[in-house]
Write a protein that binds this ligand. Structure first.
Ligand SMILES: Cc1cc2nc3c(=O)[nH]c(=O)nc-3n(C[C@H](O)[C@H](O)[C@H](O)COP(=O)(O)OP(=O)(O)OC[C@H]3O[C@@H](n4cnc5c(N)ncnc54)[C@H](O)[C@@H]3O)c2cc1C
Ligand SMILES: NC(=O)c1ccc[n+]([C@@H]2O[C@H](COP(=O)([O-])OP(=O)(O)OC[C@H]3O[C@@H](n4cnc5c(N)ncnc54)[C@H](OP(=O)(O)O)[C@@H]3O)[C@@H](O)[C@H]2O)c1
Length: 451
């Protein structure tokens, strides 16, 4: 029997449990440390780890069909866009279905993961344990560390009302926005959901944006939009144009709603999905505004010089990609940018792998499962990476294409098209299997002989 590398998985959100399942089924010796008392990460509302960005009313915006793990479909009783509580229950059931809950060490935070001179990883937890592993799988999520406006707006410090980041919004207090004037900043999905929620009870809700976005509905032609045209065999540009035409036809131009005209075509920014926000604008319950220019004690002034009284400002300005347990000199993602081969493999460091660290047009979970199986194949010597020069050229080409296509923003540093990613991964894994066979299935990280 070949000795396999030992592995440490950090996090048991939807990405971490996909990794644990793959390792468990393939007979790896591993630990998975999870800070919380349960799996599901972001999808556990008020997660005791303090990291969940879910609010009371949150529903997924990628459809059930798109989000579910292929080998464990969501219950057919679920709606197309289930509530966060259903999603959390689904991840919980996944763990029991495949029987690996006892492989996860709960309520244990990885405080430090240090690369040793021999390439192995020393992992220290807040429980005072330290153990060395041959490989590390990082699945700590990338939507929990709030990115506040950078730099802060002039006057932020003297504003007498309430300022919060979307991460801190739970939607639990029905009176939070009641009869108050709220400014919601951003054009991503957090801003859409929170502005809509505020608009039902507030005195007035303003939606401020520094650039326009295409707001797309959850359904088109009676089907979840993300289940239409799901083949990578049709060229991307054709799929994009078809969708753009359909959205123009069904929704119309954003300027018609008083929103800024997007400075980009559809799918050149991460999708902003809402069935409700345009209707609330049309009802006069949400007033679009340009970016915030300044805050005074009681007001918010916008870039066009208009000024409104405000009691609450919610910054829906996105998240930072951080790895508090890693030495930032070794691995960090300044401005959310961490170049990786196919969003999994580090170009310089062997023995460290990332799961779920990508922003698909589509859902993360099936891609996390794919990545997990890929990593296991690699660790077992069944998949070999391309030579270093080829690997770097691949990363550069992928990044050049992404940065060319997407609006320049810290939210667009790891975008992938779901179906294209799956197809390209399949092809690359086949190539890597051939390389591995030629190399005699050599293990990429030699397991240390247990002491
Ligand atoms: C409001 C909101 C809605 C979203 N909706 C969708 C959607 O509809 N569809 C979609 O595909 N994506 C959506 N996303 C993206 C989201 O990132 C994924 O849904 C999903 O949560 C990713 O899972 P993950 O396991 O990578 O990260 P997380 O869910 O963040 O889980 C990370 C886990 O790692 C643990 N952890 C972190 N650090 C440590 C440590 N040092 N030691 C031990 N454990 C640690 C945490 O406790 C947590 O359990 C949404 C994001 C937000 C913020
Ligand atoms: N219902 C759901 O399923 C749901 C709900 C919420 C969130 N999510 C997901 O969670 C992730 C995070 O979404 P998010 O909306 O929180 O963040 P996001 O997608 O990163 O969007 C951040 C928004 O804030 C703007 N912004 C950032 N800094 C700014 C500044 N200094 N001044 C003005 N505007 C600024 C960005 O504009 P630029 O584009 O110009 O950078 C962008 O419009 C996404 O994957 C999203 O799909 C899903």
């Amino acid at each position: 029997m070949t000795l396999l590398p030992t592995v440490c998985v950090i996090g048991a959100g939807s990405s971490g449990i996909a990794a644990v399942k793959a390792l468990h089924e393939r007979g790896f010796e591993f630990d998975c440390f999870e800070a919380s008392d349960r799996v599901g990460g972001n999808w556990v509302f008020k997660n005791r780890n303090g990291m969940s960005s879910a609010y009371r009313s949150l529903h997924i915006n990628t459809s059930r069909e798109r989000m579910q793990f292929a080998d464990f479909p969501m219950p057919t009783s679920y709606p197309d866009f289930p509530h966060h509580s259903q999603i959390a229950a689904y991840f919980d059931a996944y763990v029991d279905h495949f029987g690996f809950r006892d492989r996860i060490t709960f309520e244990t935070t990885v405080a430090r993961a240090e690369r040793l001179p021999d390439g192995r990883w020393e992992v220290e937890t807040d429980r005072g344990t330290t153990r060395t592993y041959d490989a590390l799988i990082v699945a700590n999520g990338h939507h929990w560390d709030p990115r506040w406006p950078e730099p802060a707006f002039p006057g932020q410090e003297r504003f007498a009302g309430t300022q919060l980041h979307a991460h801190g919004y739970t939607g639990e207090d029905p009176d939070f926005f009641r009869d108050r004037s709220a400014v919601i900043l951003g054009m991503g999905n957090s801003a859409m959901d929170i502005a809509v929620e505020a608009s039902f009870v507030s005195k007035q809700t303003y939606l401020a944006a520094r650039r326009g976005a295409w707001v797309i509905p959850k359904y088109l032609f009676g089907r979840p939009l993300d289940t239409l045209s799901t083949t990578a065999r049709i060229p991307f540009e054709l799929r994009r144009r078809t969708l753009q035409a359909a959205v123009r036809l069904v929704v119309g131009g954003m300027e018609r709603y008083g929103l800024p005209k997007p400075d980009h075509a559809l799918l050149e920014a991460h999708p902003t999905i809402s069935d409700d926000v345009l209707s609330r604008i049309a009802h006069g319950e949400i007033t679009p505004k340009p970016n915030i220019a300044e805050l005074t004690e009681r007001t918010v002034r916008f870039a066009d010089g208009s000024e409104v009284e405000a009691d609450i400002v919610v910054y829906c300005t996105g998240y930072k990609v951080t790895f508090p347990f890693l030495d930032p000199e070794l691995i960090a993602a300044p401005d959310n940018d961490l170049p990786l081969f196919r969003r999994v493999f580090h170009p310089d460091l062997g023995g460290i792998y990332f799961v779920g660290l990508l922003q698909p047009l589509g859902a993360i979970m099936p891609l996390a499962a794919l990545q997990s199986e890929w990593i296991c194949d690699h660790l077992a010597g069944r998949y070999q990476l391309p030579p270093a020069t080829e690997l770097r050229a691949d990363i550069e080409a992928e990044r050049a294409a992404m940065f060319k296509r997407y609006v320049a923003s810290k939210r667009h540093t790891m975008q992938v098209d779901f179906d294209d990613y799956v197809l390209a991964a399949r092809q690359e894994r086949r190539r890597g299997e051939r390389r591995a066979a030629l190399a005699g299935h050599r293990l990429p990280v030699a397991p240390a002989v247990p002491a």
